[in-house]
Structures are given as structure tokens and as C-alpha cells.
Design a binder for this molecule. Structure first.
Ligand code: MG
Length: 244
């Protein structure tokens, strides 16, 4: 498991082993306990590519047809926050929702990657909360405003390598104030990750650090101010954020 951390002015990636952080690369500043460091989002995306309806259970919940192609939208880099950062409830919305998702972080600049080669461009996987102003999404008819507020792209806490999780059947859950709201498995994905990388990289060049987030399972619902929301994915960990 790899994380991005801050200690004072120093920002570095580190390997996490048994709650201790071993800085990577040329930085020789010692070994740390997790509690000594601030956890940062584990990537700096130039874009976040999101997939709309992509879980069978969620499609059934909404009585929607299974889409023929992935439906894509973007979230801006300015919406990024990390583990334990606050989600800010916007004044112009009166309904914001959590959406627990598995996200892929790109590790190699690429274009036109076939599904069979997709693994070569993956840096790792992380938990993602695709926070959404549901009222504005319905009002606008397209999704840019609803999906793009600052703090609406929470991801982390760390990056799991492809060896660290069973990508075909990883449990994914969302809890609000400790209560389970979403519970599914990546085995319910309609379009799997290799296919998504092929589909998206045919459209746009993917840069190192770019994120593809793979859609949310059933059980979506509302967040209130002061709620604590957690996205947990087996093999990655727990992303926790409070709503302000
Ligand atoms: Mg979503």
C-alpha cells in the first residue's frame, strides 16, 4: 500500500507497513508512525473521468435499462480532497448524496489502450466518494454543476497495488455515521476496468495520476451537515470525511 503524506513542508510518497510509513525515493527523513503525518490524496489528477450507471444492483434500484456504452462525465481537479478532509455542503444545494466507488489511478501516459493491455497503465486502486448535488443534477439536466463543487471528489486513503485486492470481487461499502448504506461487490460492475480503460483511452489521452472512477452500487442517499461518511473497499481501506 502506497500513500502520499505531509510532514511540515515536506510532501512525499511512502510505503505503509503495519501502521508505519517508509518514505520512498531519495527522501531520507526517517520512518514514521501514521499518527505523525497528514494523509494527502494519493494522486494529483489532471482529470477525473467518472462512469454513470455501472452496477447491476444500482440499475435495478433505479429501474433503468442496462446502458449499451459507459456514460461518462468529468469532475475537475479543483474538487479533490483526501482522507479526513471536510466535504463542504454548498449553499446553492439542498440535497447532497454520497456515492461509494472504486477508483483506478493511471500510472502511465497512454492513449488507445486495448482491454488486454489495460493492466500495464494502472498505478493502483483507491476508494472514491463521488459527492453529488442531487437536486442540481435533476434541475440542470446535465451534470457539471452537480458534480463539480470544491470538495466533491474525495479519494484515498491509500493506493492499493493490483496484487493487493481481488479486483473482480472486492467488497465495497458506504457508511454514514456508522450505519451501512451501500454494500456490494465489484463483481456487479456492468463494464469492468479493462473495458473502461479501452473505452476512455480511445477518446482522451490519460495522464499519470488521472483517475477513472467506476460508478456506485445501490443504496445511494443523502448526507447532512455534520455527518461522517465512510467508503470502504476490501483490500484498500476506509476513506472517511465529515460534512460541514
Ligand atoms: Mg458516481
Amino acid at each position: 500500500m502506497i500513500g502520499k503524506f505531509r510532514l511540515g513542508d515536506e510532501i512525499f510518497y511512502g510505503e505503509i507497513d503495519n501502521g508505519r510509513i517508509y518514505p520512498k525515493g531519495d527522501i531520507h527523513i526517517g520512518i514514521f508512525e501514521l499518527s505523525e503525518l497528514r494523509v494527502l490524496p494519493p494522486a494529483s489528477p489532471s482529470k477525473i473521468v467518472c462512469v454513470g450507471l455501472n452496477y447491476l444492483d444500482h440499475a435495478r434500484e433505479l429501474s433503468m435499462e442496462i446502458p449499451e456504452n459507459p456514460v461518462l462525465f468529468l469532475k475537475p481537479p479543483s474538487s479533490v480532497i483526501g482522507h479526513e478532509d471536510k466535504i463542504i455542503y454548498p449553499a446553492s444545494s439542498s440535497r447532497i448524496d454520497y456515492e461509494a466507488e472504486l477508483a483506478v489511478v493511471i500510472g502511465k501516459r497512454c492513449k488507445n489502450i486495448s482491454a488486454s493491455k489495460a493492466e500495464d497503465v494502472i498505478a493502483g486502486y483507491t476508494c472514491f466518494n463521488d459527492v453529488t448535488a442531487r437536486d442540481l443534477q435533476q434541475k440542470d439536466g446535465q451534470w457539471t454543476r452537480a458534480k463539480s463543487f470544491d470538495t466533491f471528489a474525495a479519494f484515498g486513503p491509500y493506493l492499493a497495488s493490483p496484487e493487493e485486492l481481488d479486483i473482480k470481487d472486492a467488497k465495497i461499502a458506504c457508511r454514514v455515521n456508522g450505519e451501512i448504506k451501500q454494500e456490494s461487490s465489484t463483481s456487479n460492475l456492468i463494464f469492468d476496468i479493462p473495458y473502461l480503460i479501452e473505452f476512455i483511452s480511445e477518446i482522451m489521452t490519460l495522464e499519470v495520476g488521472d483517475i477513472i472512477t467506476t460508478g456506485t452500487p445501490s443504496g445511494i442517499g443523502e448526507l447532512q451537515r455534520m455527518d461522517t461518511v465512510e467508503v470502504e473497499i476490501q483490500g484498500i481501506g476506509i476513506l472517511r470525511n465529515e460534512v460541514l
